[in-house]
Design a protein around this ligand. Structure first.
Ligand SMILES: C[S@@+](CC[C@H](N)C(=O)[O-])C[C@H]1O[C@@H](n2cnc3c(N)ncnc32)[C@H](O)[C@@H]1O
Length: 283
């Protein structure tokens, strides 16, 4: 089954407007997208030609963060805003370090959920991997449903990922309160991995107005986004101990953990990524 099969449109999919999960999938070279997403993506590339590279850089950070946590002994992950599966999914990275790891994915886009379900049924282990259709803005409900799967043990440290997703929450939706609610439910020794878009400190070369145009463009999608300052992003880690090197540009976050061609491309000017990242550990 593929999204290119016109018969396959998972229930609840909004095909009237382009959607971040499907546009991101297109940036990464996937096929879980429709003409409306591809047209939107192509227009974004026209405005900001490096956008595909930047999407890859963001995805590669997720892999490095999971590998880093797995190397610290984390064997279970809750991945919120997990997206359409692509190369190097969380459960695959986790398994490659600690075979038998467990992972629950959550996304609010039906296409991402349907594709994850297909992948897990085909290549995963349904005793250790699950995907939920849900909205991370409801921490108590998401936590309860994730635990009901029986896959995660709430008494053992968990790697909580919110990578490339918090910028879809407006200030009115209280993203800091949302993160704090998950933090309070996490057992001690858990990790919180996140990244965010910012315009704070982006080099002159990267700040030519095209980012503003992209932000304007996304307002026409079902998923507009919001940039935040470095200080606002760092506040997401309140109550966690930030792991070295702290909050840094995405390409600067432990590039040695896994080779990434896209990340290397931005090594000279990591601020060009427009993305900042960090990992916190709950004491
Ligand atoms: C840019 S993608 C990032 C995917 C993945 N985390 C990564 O880093 O490669 C953002 C994903 O977050 C999902 N998303 C956005 N808002 C969400 C929400 N409120 N609850 C759950 N998922 C959400 C989107 O559907 C999309 O799949």
């Amino acid at each position: 089954m593929s999204s290119n099969d016109p018969a396959f449109v998972p229930e609840g999919v909004d095909l009237e407007r382009p959607n971040a999960a499907r546009i991101y999938d297109w940036f990464l070279g996937g096929d879980a997208n429709w003409a409306i997403d591809r047209e939107f993506g192509a227009k974004a590339v026209e405005i900001f030609p490096m956008i595909k590279t930047i999407a890859r850089v963001g995805r590669d950070f997720l892999g490095r963060g999971v590998r880093y946590m797995a190397n610290q002994g984390i064997t279970q992950f809750l991945d919120l805003g997990s997206g359409v599966p692509t190369v190097g999914n969380v459960h695959e990275v986790a398994d490659s370090v600690n075979p038998g790891s467990r992972c629950v994915y959550v996304d609010n886009e039906p296409v991402a959920v349907a594709h994850s379900q297909i992948l897990l049924e085909r290549d995963g282990d349904l005793n250790r991997h699950a995907v939920l259709h849900g909205d991370l803005r409801n921490p108590k409900e998401i936590w309860a449903r994730a635990m009901e799967t029986g896959i995660l043990d709430p008494r053992q440290p968990i790697g909580l990922n919110m990578v490339g997703v918090l910028y879809f929450l407006s200030d009115e939706e209280d993203p800091h309160g949302v993160v704090a609610a998950y933090r309070d439910m996490l057992p001690s020794g858990s990790y919180f991995l996140s990244s965010h878009m910012t315009t704070d400190g982006v080099s002159q070369e990267g700040e030519d107005g095209s980012r503003d145009k992209i932000r304007e463009q996304y307002k026409q999608s079902s998923t507009p986004f919001h940039v935040r300052t470095r200080a606002e992003f760092t506040r997401f880690f309140d109550g966690f101990d930030l792991v070295d090197p702290g909050v840094v540009w995405v390409p600067e976050w432990h590039p040695e953990v896994a080779e990434s061609k896209a990340t290397r491309k931005l090594a000279q000017d990591p601020s060009f990524s427009g993305g900042i990242a960090g990992l916190g550990r709950k004491p």
